[in-house]
Design a protein around this ligand. Structure first.
Ligand SMILES: Nc1ncnc2c1ncn2[C@@H]1O[C@H](COP(=O)(O)OP(=O)(O)OP(=O)(O)O)[C@@H](O)[C@H]1O
Ligand SMILES: [Mg+2]
Length: 256
């Protein structure tokens, strides 16, 4: 059965778009029909992250306004044909697509795709709530700091008010050495604080920026962030993949 996920954070700049693009590529490379939906109207970014910025003719607002059919706005990703992008418009604002139109759009997408991954804007304004409304599930992206955690708590409250299931958590930009030294929250500590299940964590990795500058996702780099996202995508589709233990302290003969 098709699933619509929103990738959301509260705090801006924590890696929602990076993770949406990478997860979408990982799912599509497993031959799972996936659409990445950029709901950040006016501030789109998934097109650049996927290297599709020169292929956009129509966007989500055109579809919502019935200026074009959905199929003409979808852009196929060359690196994995099972992946399509529904871009946000570069102009306009979240007011251009209301919750009802967004809901209709998602229902249409679910008929064609197994996974609908919606990259939410930052904050908790209308654009975000519209997207939360239309999603079946939420992936919460948090960086291991108090500001991001506090904003994530507000997202969790909002999801509960909308009668949505509890989100799954991805902790991004983890620096294992700092966690070991007790100078950064461990991913599990963040999960315990927020009381949500941990899907995985992504380490801080310069290859993420390198990939962005090449207009490709981190799934085309050979780096720790890619490996982490690979594991996350496996857990996302229900496979059992243990968490790597390099943020735990080495203790005699094993890890604890
Ligand atoms: N694991 C990581 N390691 C290093 N840099 C990262 C990592 N994850 C994200 N970044 C960098 O952080 C910046 C913000 O990422 P991104 O645009 O994905 O965040 P966002 O949550 O979508 O932001 P916004 O709220 O503005 O939409 C980018 O420059 C990205 O390359
Ligand atoms: Mg973004």
């Amino acid at each position: 059965m098709s699933q619509a996920w929103v990738i959301v954070s509260g705090k801006g700049g924590v890696g929602k778009s990076t993770i949406t693009a990478a997860l979408a590529v990982a799912l599509a490379r497993r031959q799972l029909m996936t659409v990445a939906v950029d709901t950040d109207i006016g501030l789109r970014s998934l097109d650049i992250l996927l290297g599709l910025q020169n292929k956009i003719v129509y966007d989500m607002v055109d579809v919502a306004n019935k200026d074009c059919k959905l199929k003409y706005a979808l852009v196929q990703y060359a690196g994995a044909p099972a992946l399509s992008l529904l871009p946000a418009s570069q102009l306009g604002s979240s007011a251009d697509v209301n919750a009802e139109l967004m809901g209709k759009l998602v229902r249409k997408l679910k008929k064609r795709f197994s996974y609908v991954l919606m990259d939410a804007p930052a904050g908790l304004e209308r654009g975000v709530t519209n997207t939360l409304h239309s999603a079946d599930h939420a992936l919460l992206i948090v960086t291991p700091d108090d500001v991001s955690i506090r904003d994530a708590e507000r997202v969790i409250t909002l999801l509960a008010q909308l009668h949505k299931p509890r989100p799954l958590l991805i902790v991004n930009r983890v620096v294992p050495e700092l966690v070991l030294r007790g100078e950064m929250y461990s991913p599990q500590t963040v999960a315990n604080t927020l009381d949500v299940p941990l899907l995985g964590y992504v380490p801080e990795d310069r290859a993420v920026l390198r990939a962005l500058n090449r207009h490709q996702t981190v799934m085309d780099e050979d780096c720790p962030a890619r490996q982490a996202l690979e594991r996350i995508s496996q857990r996302f589709v229900g496979e059992y993949v243990p968490m790597p233990s390099h943020t735990k302290r080495r203790w005699f003969f094993g890890w604890r």
